[in-house]
Design a protein around this ligand. Structure first.
Ligand code: PLP
Length: 392
């Protein structure tokens, strides 16, 4: 990584400082304190092969390089690569790690798109998969086959908000020569640092909390091993699913406020989870911040705070869940998550519809909330009114 280090200790090491400064020195040609959106697709060379580090925009771009440096630093990674979407990042990571004949272990409630990628796109090329309950690391060895190459972790999981012990799963996986990938989209590097906990690869949908404002699609992969980083850089260039410079700028801009946004997401979510926990229209709240959550102790150990996502089971079943999702006004009925505005969705029919009929099928009474940054009293009122409508 290439940080400008000043004479008095350079960047410092605090997360908030690195989020604002890592990879983003003042522009040397103008002094601009904001990383320029560099639109050039090609870069002048002094002589053949003699250039300032950039040749062609798919292979490398200055705005993208700033994002890659910054986010790799925040994940404590040797190398980070930005992609056009979270799915493009996942595709590059899987291509680097698995070949026909290999086997992948997925969590029981993987992100729907991850499940679709592995079960439809990769299975068609001869890669097999199993779904396992990763909240039971001791049971994991039984799922491994001699051809298992990857165990894919999400924590908190989507949409059931289960907590996976990254350290414990990594230990079992590594004992079997299996590579550990963590989708860190829900937690972000501010709340959780998977590489420090033993994982090998971190992937992100930067579309969510990192971008943070529902205005850009992007993905990221970060690795502890420089050789795997080179392989991913090869695939990034060879497959070409790169983000545009403006999208990289938006994610960089989002990251600058990540820490303060996450603090408030977590605070608002904790308040809302406590209200839901007491409401008669709610059968069960799935939020790792609640003492009653089975993964609470692990989450408290491996996360800084418990995140901005909450799921709950409607006491009145699927019909009540659909009614609640339709009744809120501030909580917008929409897919996606992780931005300033609060969202509500029905995973069974929306984000996780592609898992229907599979081991990853979700409870039809489940509702998922992405708690935003509005006044928490307004959010509480909106949810209470919607829940009261379906209370028997
Ligand atoms: C959204 C999401 C993805 C996919 O990212 P895109 O940017 O939509 O391609 C992957 N994992 C998780 C956990 C997500 O929420």
């Amino acid at each position: 990584m290439t940080h400008e280090s000043g004479g008095r200790g350079g960047l410092g090491a605090g997360f908030e400082t690195l989020a604002i400064h890592a990879g983003q020195p003042a522009d040397p040609s103008t002094g601009a304190v904001v990383t320029p959106i560099s639109l050039a697709t090609t870069f002048a060379q002094d002589a053949v092969g003699k250039h300032a580090g950039f040749e062609y925009g798919r292979t490398g771009n200055p705005t993208r390089a700033a994002l890659e440096d910054c986010l790799a630093t925040l994940e404590g990674a040797a190398r980070g690569l930005a992609f056009a979407s979270g799915m493009a990042a996942e595709d590059a990571v899987l291509r680097a790690l698995v070949a026909p004949g290999d086997h992948v272990v997925l969590p029981l409630d993987a992100y729907g798109g991850t499940f679709r990628l592995v079960s439809r796109v990769y299975a068609d090329t001869g890669v097999s998969w199993s779904a396992a309950d990763l909240t039971e690391p001791d049971a994991l060895a039984a799922v491994f086959t001699p051809t298992t190459r990857v165990v894919w972790i999400e924590t908190p999981t989507n949409p059931a908000l289960g907590i996976v012990d990254i350290e414990a799963v990594s230990a079992v996986a590594h004992a079997h020569g299996v590579t550990v990938v963590v989708d860190n989209t829900f937690a972000t590097p501010y709340l959780q640092q998977p590489l420090a906990l033993g994982a090998d690869v971190v992937v992100h949908s930067t579309t969510k909390y990192l971008g943070g404002h529902s205005d850009t699609i992007g993905g990221f992969a970060a690795v502890g091993n420089a050789e795997l980083g080179d392989q991913l850089a090869f695939l990034q260039n060879a497959m070409g699913a790169v983000p545009g410079p403006f999208d990289c700028y938006l994610v960089l801009r989002g990251i600058k406020t990540l820490a303060v946004r996450m603090d408030r997401h977590c605070e608002n979510a904790a308040t809302i989870a406590a209200m839901l926990d007491q409401h008669p229209a709610v059968d069960r709240v799935l939020y790792p911040g609640l003492n009653s959550h089975p993964g609470h102790d692990i989450a408290a150990r491996q996360m800084r705070a418990f995140g901005g996502m909450i799921s709950f089971i409607a006491a009145g079943g699927e019909e009540a869940a659909l009614d609640i999702a339709a009744a809120t006004e501030l909580f917008t009925l929409a897919e996606s998550l992780g931005a300033v505005e609060s969202l509500i969705e029905h995973p069974g029919r929306m984000t996780h519809a592609s898992a229907a009929g599979s081991p990853l099928e979700v409870d039809p009474a489940l509702i998922r909330l992405s708690v935003g940054l509005e006044s928490v009293d307004d959010l509480l009122t909106d949810l209470r009114l919607a829940l009261d409508e379906v209370t028997p």
